[in-house]
Design a protein around this ligand. Structure first.
Ligand SMILES: C[S@@+](CC[C@H](N)C(=O)[O-])C[C@H]1O[C@@H](n2cnc3c(N)ncnc32)[C@H](O)[C@@H]1O
Length: 231
């Protein structure tokens, strides 16, 4: 296994068990829906959506949901689970490339930019800006700051696990993580990191009014969240 793209196409132990996966998406969905509650609009793209367990809740809140994940395996799984669901569309690379400028009202990118090379991010931000109509929202969550430690991630996981009833599983998950491909890749390839100032500057350069959110959406309060309003 040589890169992150390859990693996401294979089974991984990012979530320690099903309870963790569900609690993660519940919390992320709650926070994102709160941020979007006063945003008029219809069409939302979840970019790097993973298992997208909150997609139905976005639909129920009135959004038409487009799901995109670069992993072909994830696209296949999502297609199997959600095909035919009114209001939800799973995009492949071609469908993503075919989206028309100004056709979206909101884009969510949660826990993804750390896996994207810094040189590729400005182009992606410009593409997201192009896809959003004026006043559209880009929410970028779970951005990792340069001084973020793996220990802080572990500590946050344990706190979240304790309050959601999977503490023992989280302890086991941390041991598995220690010996996992994820940790090896994190050590060998690293993750892309940004402090708030650098990320705000990238958002501004791409044509957004940038705001560093007081609280990162999702369970990882120690990571950074941003709202870009399409200027
Ligand atoms: C940690 S998961 C986050 C999933 C979900 N957004 C969440 O917050 O729970 C990272 C996801 O990003 C996807 N991903 C990684 N690099 C990507 C890229 N360049 N473009 C789109 N998706 C990407 C992976 O396939 C994986 O599903």
């Amino acid at each position: 296994m040589a890169d992150w793209a390859n990693f996401w196409d294979r089974p991984n132990s990012i979530y320690v068990n099903d309870a963790h996966l569900r609690a993660h998406h519940q919390r992320l969905g709650d926070d994102l829906l709160a941020l979007l509650a006063h945003k008029p609009g219809r069409k939302l793209l979840d970019y790097g959506c993973g298992e997208a367990l909150a997609a139905e809740r976005f639909c129920a809140a009135g959004w038409q949901v487009l799901l995109y994940d670069a992993s072909r395996e994830t696209q296949r799984r999502l297609g199997g689970r959600l095909r035919g669901r009114p209001g939800i569309e799973v995009l492949d690379d071609g469908a993503l490339a075919g989206l028309a400028p100004g056709s979206l009202d909101a884009i969510v990118v949660s826990s993804v930019v750390q896996y994207i090379a810094p040189a590729a991010l400005p182009g992606l931000l410009r593409r997201w800006r192009e896809l959003l109509g004026g006043g559209g929202y880009l929410i970028v969550a779970d951005v990792i700051a340069p001084d973020n430690s793996a220990l802080a991630d572990a500590w946050t996981l344990l706190g979240f696990a304790r309050s959601h009833g999977f503490f023992q599983a989280a302890l086991g998950g941390l041991v598995r993580m220690f010996f996992s491909d994820y940790r090896r890749l994190r050590r060998e390839l690293g993750l892309s990191t940004y402090d708030a100032r650098a990320f705000n500057a990238l958002l501004s350069a791409a044509g957004f009014h940038a705001e560093h959110l007081a609280r990162n959406p999702g369970p990882n309060a120690h990571r950074l969240g941003f709202l870009g309003r399409a200027a």
